[in-house]
Design a protein around this ligand. Structure first.
Ligand code: TNX
Length: 484
């Protein structure tokens, strides 16, 4: 019999309420079965799969009987309770997403692999998220990640109750999503020689993209596609010269400079292009959001920028989506459902505070806390340092509701970590920058503030290290953590 190495109080992100009961451990044995009503059947299967991997037993799933049972009960979105007693495990959730969150908790209470009986520590967890948007962004424009690589990235973030994957699909160095009405975006700017250093070529066909979206959805992750405009568009202008002010094709660029390209805001072709792209991306996107970028538009005159954002935000709504933009869009009077994503390092931002006062929601992504492309320290081979070094404690020890004056708890939709890929060349590079900072940020986004504590987190994180090793996931061996 294998005893648990992870106790109820060791889970990441820390659950809202935990009552360990050492006398109440449950044993998964060859007779263990899972009962899941139709609405949670898929989630029940996911739990059974994890238990099969940990025991080698059959662990059948059915609708009528089972020592591990899923039930539903009214409650806040994504909330769940987990009762672990000697004869039964009961998972009570408000919705399938809550049941899925409970499964992530349970997976951490199981050993990573092996054969034979295992015990799950006894007691009760009552859990719910602090913020409903808990995201991670992956830049597939500066370096392309294939569909299978994105799926593996999804698998790696799922344990931490991340529920949004923002894909930065377009930038100066490449265009990564097929647009049927403008095919040269990818045939020219998705191909060989694109990406920073010319080493990150590739794009998703619409079918491949839809497959990633479905894979994410099966794991309760909403994909948020980003088409960055009106700056960061050099790749589009290489493919379509009419998108430049003078109608002369742009030169392909593989350097990491930002702020030099702009759509020609006065031209009718520009809006034909933008509307086609938004229409196609919206049609491919079951989730509610479409990200329009809007950052670092240094080559767009301020009046043009305002005119552009003012036109494009309602276009997103026309195709049934809610616009998200980097916080520069807050310089414009936004419709109430538009969302600003704060990304810089300044201690205050008037535009974002004003948007919040007007009822617009904000996603917190301050670069000096949650940019996964910042170096951990001076020795880091990968990454940038314009926002400073971001070691694990910096990513952990802050509060999103106190980051900006005028942008409190109620204004926040949530928190998102961002992995820009200028310096990345492989999935291993992406992993080492993501872990272990992502779980730190996930805890900021999920756990109640009162449950967060650095000493507790660093102990729990240390215990998690062997799980990454067992799954072949690279992580930064931060000197702030006493890894086993
Ligand atoms: C700023 S964050 C950018 C990106 C870069 C990133 C590198 C943001 C909205 N724009 O274009 O990739 O810095 O850290």
């Amino acid at each position: 019999m294998r005893e648990p190495t992870t106790g109820l109080s060791d889970v990441i992100p820390a659950p809202a309420e935990v009552w360990p009961d050492p006398a109440a451990a449950f044993t998964v044995n060859s007779g263990t079965t899972v009962r899941a009503p139709a609405a949670t059947a898929a989630v029940g299967e996911q739990l059974a799969a994890a238990m099969r991997a940990a025991t080698g037993y059959e662990i059948p799933v059915g609708e009528t009987a089972g020592s591990i049972a899923f039930t539903t009960e009214q409650g806040p979105a994504e909330s769940y309770t987990l009762d672990i007693a000697p004869n039964a495990v009961t998972i009570t959730a408000s919705d399938p997403a809550g049941a899925f969150a409970a499964v992530q908790t349970l997976r951490q209470l199981l050993p990573v692999g092996g054969r034979g009986d295992v015990t799950i520590p006894g007691g009760r967890i009552a859990d719910r998220p602090r913020f409903r948007y808990r995201g991670v962004m992956l830049d597939v424009a500066r370096h392309f990640f294939t569909r299978d690589e994105v799926k593996a990235f999804i698998d790696a973030v799922v344990p931490f109750k991340i529920n949004h994957l923002h894909l930065h699909l377009t930038d100066d160095q490449g265009w990564r999503l097929e647009i049927k009405s403008w095919p040269e975006l990818t045939s020219v700017s998705g191909g060989t020689g694109t990406g920073v250093g010319g080493t990150g070529a590739g794009f998703y066909t619409q079918d491949e993209y839809a497959d990633v979206v479905a894979y994410a959805a099966a794991r309760f992750i909403t994909v948020v596609p980003e088409i960055d405009m009106p700056g960061h568009v050099n790749a589009a202008q290489v493919a379509y010269p009419e998108l430049t002010a003078r109608g002369v094709g742009a030169r392909a660029r593989t350097d990491a400079t930002v702020g030099y390209s702009s759509l020609a805001v006065g031209k009718p072709e520009t809006y034909a292009f933008v509307e086609d792209v938004i229409r196609e991306v919206a049609a491919l996107t079951p989730g509610p959001y479409l990200h329009i970028g809007g950052d670092e538009a240094d080559a767009t005159p301020a009046a043009d920028y305002r005119a552009f954002i003012t036109t494009v935000v309602p276009l997103v709504a026309k195709y049934g989506k809610r616009a998200i933009g980097w916080h520069e869009i807050a310089a414009v009077d936004l419709p109430g459902d538009a969302i600003a994503q704060f990304w810089r390092t300044e201690v205050a931002n008037e535009g974002v505070a004003l948007a919040a006062a007007n009822g617009n929601k904000v996603i917190m992504s301050p670069a000096d806390r949650v940019y996964l492309d910042m170096k951990y320290d001076v020795e880091n081979r990968l990454g940038l340092d314009w926002a400073g070094y971001v070691e694990v404690r910096r990513a952990y020890d802050w509060d999103p509701a106190e980051r900006l004056p005028g942008v409190g708890e109620d204004a926040l939709l949530g928190v998102e970590a961002a992995l820009w890929s200028e310096t990345l060349r492989s999935p291993t590079d992406a992993q080492v920058m993501t872990f272990p900072r992502l779980p730190a940020i996930a805890e900021v986004a999920w756990s109640p503030r009162s449950r967060r504590d650095w000493e507790s987190f660093r102990r729990r994180l240390a215990a998690y290290g062997p799980r990454w090793s067992a799954h072949g996931i690279a992580f930064h061996r931060s000197p702030q953590i006493d890894w086993p």
